[in-house]
Design a protein around this ligand. Structure first.
Ligand code: ADP
Length: 758
């Protein structure tokens, strides 16, 4: 078909007209007008669909009564199937005497024929033109052809207008979100976010009412979290319906947005009857993050509003952006509260590391942990040394009066056959892990212990062991009067706090022990020092007058003051012997005090040890003879010399030789041997005396030690000789030891380093 020039230029004008309007509502009016005009028709009705799966809905009319348009719209399902949906062919109806809406409209408005022109885009039906003529009969072919062309132009223009609308919606939604995030700023608070979202949604649609409900993660109920323009009565009414049986419930359940054109007639809002708030039309959209519906956003208008599918999709896209903001704000708040908890814990840990004394630390730990977890009572029990009992170290919220009244035992047995041994604290320590009981009355494991729990009126208990490394130190127990179930992250926090406390506690206990040891060590040192001072003072005060007494006695005995009769001689000899003993005792005391206070110094020089030995044996000759003890020597020739203090080396040998005489019976024998062993000179004093029992051998070298033996008791001695000898050998860099068998003599040996030959 050739299109007449006139029509061609009209088509061009129409195309220009269509492309000039980007507003869909304006465009559809133009399409309806242009279609009617170009086909020389009398009226036109236009229906469109938003989505390919949606039904066709009234979009615009030209010369058609509103009532007629609604009739067509309502009855579309009855007559539309006559069209072949996926073709561009129009349906020509020359007889409109029908029973459906087309027939009724034709009868009411006086039309005789009609053409139904499909509007297709990308091969799918997006709308329909219904053009009416008053004139009966077949409409002109050109008119139908022109209508098809207009439909074609219209489909492109509609698609464009939709794209533009979508872009606008998106940018409007982004504007809102921008406003929301701007207002919320750097510290998003969820309540603030919700209020801003609701305000912005109302502003966007010029509505005055609305609410946001969020699904409570625990109860799964819909809680009203923000509202606008709702009376108290309406709010109460909504609060009483937090479940699925409400408009919001429907939206969450179906995950679909919904338009309520008329609140009074829509089944979803039928229960609103009697609602004092004059709401007429509403839109409600789910708030979805990923695959999770977190709530519902609803806005409402006082006046009747024809909310379009476009409006709904705008609200939906605002909702989906808002959902992300809400979720983020929620996560942020969660993170913030975790952070606050971590900070509080850090504060506790910091304090722990600076507290040293155990009682303060115990009190601090139980007070802070109880307060932190809002416990009514708290106890910190420590394992006693035997490991069979828990001793209360510190308590929180338990008054002395309460202890008396409830007969709270400060000691808790761990024996599982007792009621206390079956307590959560005992189980926690035995198992070495956390025990949390939300209702003690219902937990069978602690049936035995329920009486105690009842007496102390608590419902929930949490016990955590104090384990610094491997071995538990004790248990922290928190008691709650009301049922309380700590969340997993709270339990984790409690365990971390318990670990930190256990480490701090162990350190404080260790410090305390070290401190005690240090104090007693210092006290011992002080006593020892005083004793040394005392001995040294007394020795000097005795030694000086004794030396002078000794000198005078010797002068008298030697006859320098005239002759002595035999009695005087005897008496003076006794005085002389006892003075010698006193001098020896004072000398020993002086030596030991000098050695122990580090004030004894050696005058070291190269010495021939053989000479010293021979001299000392000679000095003891009269004593050997007095007891009839035979003395022999076995001295290796060519011995190296030793570096020694001659006086002190003599003292060492004298001590050993005099002991050998003292602790041997009459008529026995003593042998002294000297030889070289490696780099040392070895001296042995061998007697065949009383010997020494094995258990005494280790103690011989202690100060003031004397053997438990009749001969020892009958023999004068101080128990200082071997102690001094041991120190002196040590000071010469040597060693001393004894081999002996009780009743069969003893061998005292000492070695001192030799001066290397050459
Ligand atoms: P003292 O001889 O003044 O008692 P010592 O320190 O010299 O003090 O000796 C300590 C103890 O060692 C003596 O009392 C004695 O019991 C034991 N003892 C020492 N030498 C001998 C020995 N040769 N044989 C047996 N016992 C000895």
């Amino acid at each position: 078909m050739t299109i007449p020039r006139k029509e061609l230029s009209r088509l061009h004008e129409i195309s220009e007209l269509f492309s000039a309007s980007s507003e869909l509502t304006e465009l559809v009016d133009k399409i309806a007008g242009a279609g009617t005009a170009i086909a020389n028709a009398d009226a036109c009705w236009l229906a469109l669909k938003v989505d390919p799966n949606d039904p066709l809905e009234h979009a615009a009319t030209c010369n058609l009564a509103t009532k007629s348009a609604r009739m067509l719209s309502d009855d579309i399902a009855a007559w539309l199937p006559e069209m072949t949906p996926d073709t561009d062919h129009p349906l020509i109806l020359t007889d409109l005497k029908r029973k459906d809406a087309l027939g009724k409209v034709a009868a009411a408005e006086g039309y005789s024929s009609a053409v139904l022109v499909p509007i297709t885009y990308n091969k799918s039906l997006t709308g329909i033109f219904v053009v009416f003529w008053k004139e009966a009969g077949e409409p002109p072919v050109e008119a139908v052809e022109l209508l098809l062309l207009v439909a074609h132009l219209a489909s492109g223009a509609i698609a464009n207008a939709r794209l533009i609308a979508q872009a606008r919606h998106r940018s409007a939604a982004l504007d809102v979100i921008f406003n929301v995030t701007q207002t919320i700023g750097a510290s998003p608070r969820i309540q603030q976010a919700l209020n801003v979202i609701l305000d912005e949604a109302n502003r966007l649609f010029g509505t005055t009412q609305g609410n946001i409900r969020l699904v409570d993660p625990k109860s799964k109920l819909l809680e009203i979290r923000a509202h606008k323009g709702l009376s108290r009565i309406t709010l109460k009414y909504m609060q009483d319906r937090p479940g699925k049986k409400s408009l919001s419930g429907w939206v969450v359940k179906n995950g679909k947005p919904v338009i309520i054109r008329d609140v009074k007639t829509d089944p979803l809002t039928a229960h609103f009857h009697g609602n004092p708030d004059p709401v007429s039309s509403m839109m409600s959209v789910p708030l979805v993050v990923g695959s999770k519906t977190i709530g519902v956003l609803t806005i409402g208008s006082h006046e009747h509003r024809e909310f379009s599918q476009e409006d709904l999709s705008l609200l939906l896209s605002l909702g989906s952006q808002a959902a992300i903001v809400i979720e983020n704000a929620r996560l942020y708040e969660q993170a913030k509260s975790r952070l606050a908890e971590q900070k509080a814990l850090y504060g506790i840990a910091e304090h722990l590391s600076s507290t040293l004394d155990v009682p303060t630390l115990l009190k601090f730990v139980i007070n802070h942990l109880s307060a932190f977890f809002h416990a009514n009572f708290g106890t910190l029990r420590l394992l006693d040394e035997g490991g069979a009992t828990l001793m209360t170290g510190a308590m929180y919220g338990i008054t002395d009066e309460y202890i008396r009244h409830a007969n709270e035992n400060l000691e808790m047995s761990l024996d599982p056959s007792t009621a206390q041994g079956q307590s959560p604290a005992a189980a926690c320590l035995r198992e070495g892990r956390l025990v949390a009981i939300s209702n003690i009355a219902k937990d069978r494991r602690f049936a035995e212990w329920r009486k105690i729990a009842k007496m102390q009126s608590f419902t929930s208990v949490v016990c955590v062991p104090l384990v610094p490394s491997n071995e538990p130190l004790g248990v922290i127990s928190l008691y709650f009067q009301d049922a309380r179930k700590l969340a997993p992250e709270e339990l984790e926090l409690l365990q971390t706090a318990a670990r930190a406390s256990a480490i701090a506690l162990q350190r404080a206990m260790l410090d305390e022990r070290l401190l005690k040891e240090e104090v007693s060590r210092r006290a011992l040192e002080e006593v020892s020092h005083l004793k040394t001072e005392f001995v040294s003072l007394v020795s000097h005060e005795l030694r000086t007058p004794l030396t002078s007494i000794q000198g005078y006695i010797r002068l008298i005995l030697a006859g320098h003051t005239g002759g002595l009769d035999p009695v005087q001689q005897d008496f003076l000899n006794a005085v002389n012997r006892n003075t010698d003993r006193l001098v020896a005792l004072v000398d020993d005391l002086l030596d030991i005090s000098r050695i122990e206070s580090g004030r004894l110094e050696l005058l070291l020089e190269p010495l021939d040890i053989t000479e010293t030995i021979v001299n000392e044996i000679e000095a003891h000759r009269s004593q050997f003879e007095g007891k009839g003890i035979g003395v022999t020597t076995d001295i290796q020739t060519g011995l190296p010399r030793v570096k020694a203090d001659s006086h002190r080396l003599g003292q060492i040998i004298a001590n050993l030789v005099s002991n050998a005489i003292k602790y041997s019976g009459e008529g026995t024998s003593v042998k002294v041997t000297v030889g070289q062993i490696g780099q040392n000179v070895l001296v042995k004093v061998i007697d065949s005396g009383i010997g020494i029992a094995p258990e005494e051998r280790n103690r011989l070298f202690e100060r003031f030690y004397r053997g438990d033996n009749d001969l020892v008791r009958a023999t004068y001695g101080t128990g200082l000789g071997l102690a001094i000898t041991h120190h002196l050998v040590d000071m010469h860099g040597g060693k001393i030891w004894v081999e002996s068998e009780k009743g069969h003599g003893s061998t005292f040996s000492f070695s001192i380093p030799a001066i290397p030959n050459g």
